[in-house]
Design a binder for this molecule. Structure first.
Ligand code: PLP
Length: 262
């Protein structure tokens, strides 16, 4: 039995359907050999047909979960997912200011693929001002990047230009996920840390996938825990999600595929 394993903490929302959120994060951590810790910022009643209810526990209880994790475990990286409200964002930022983790991977979850709203409209400012400056890496998809920048990103060239603008919002590095762009048969994810840029390219898989963003950010956090530099952590995580998606399956009656983490 080994002591003091690598630990990663996810602060995110729970998906009762097991495909996204905290549930996906913990599976991804485990698949990377990292002990997963969780602080649940919001609970969703959700299945493969959509989100039917959201409950946000009191922020004092969220803070207690985060403090309990930092008070005991050596946390190599923190992954942030669905945070639901401005009040939650402020509580998470306060906790990160206290505990100063080495890496913070921020998945700016706003709207689920099903269309359900996972972040209040008035929380975008708090995300920008409080969390982006604390992020080692920001992992928006195209619609999230558009909301952060306040403009459309309609082409590969526009996505390329958006990288520096997104970084200027405060995160040390950006991985802009290209799945929502029409790049033909390919999906191009673009990375920029101010020193180096990289593109990670895969075939487009024709599936209605659920939980890919959560899984990607968690796999990156696990890779950072394991000592990979950010560009390599992103590249390995993109490959991981692609393989997990190829092995994906439909767990419910909806037309939604979740990832196979085995
Ligand atoms: N539900 C929760 C709790 C999440 O954290 C996320 C993450 O993005 C989603 C749903 C959305 O997942 P997707 O957009 O992949 O369906």
């Amino acid at each position: 039995m080994s002591s003091l394993p690598l630990c990663a903490l996810t602060i995110a929302g729970s998906d009762s359907g097991g495909g996204a959120g905290i549930q996906a994060d913990l599976k991804a951590f485990a698949a990377h050999g990292v002990h997963g810790l969780s602080a649940i910022a919001a609970l969703t009643a959700q299945n493969t047909r959509g989100v039917t209810a959201v409950h946000v526990p009191p922020v004092g209880f969220l803070r207690a979960q985060i403090d309990a994790c930092f008070d005991d475990f050596h946390i190599g990286a923190v992954k942030l997912g669905m945070l639901a409200t401005a009040e939650v964002i402020h509580a998470v930022a306060d906790a990160l200011d206290t505990h100063c983790p080495a890496f913070v991977v921020l998945d700016p979850v706003m709207v689920a693929t099903s269309g359900a709203k996972l972040l209040a409209d008035d929380a975008l400012d708090a995300l920008r001002t409080r969390l982006l400056p604390l992020a080692s890496l920001l992992t928006p998809n195209i619609p999230e990047a558009e909301l952060l920048l306040g403009r459309r990103i309609a082409s590969a060239a526009a996505a390329q230009d958006a990288l520096a603008e997104l970084r200027a919002l405060g995160a040390q590095a950006v991985l802009l996920k290209g799945g929502h762009l029409d790049d033909g048969a390919r999906v191009v994810d673009r990375f920029d840390d101010g020193r180096a840029q990289a593109e990670f390219v895969h075939d487009r898989l024709a599936v209605a996938a659920h939980g890919t963003g959560c899984t990607l950010a968690s796999a990156i956090a696990a890779n950072l825990c394991r000592g990979l530099v950010p560009a390599a952590a992103c590249e390995a995580a993109v490959d991981y999600v692609y393989a997990a998606l190829r092995g994906g399956y439909r767990p419910g009656r909806g037309d939604v595929v979740v990832l196979d983490h085995c």
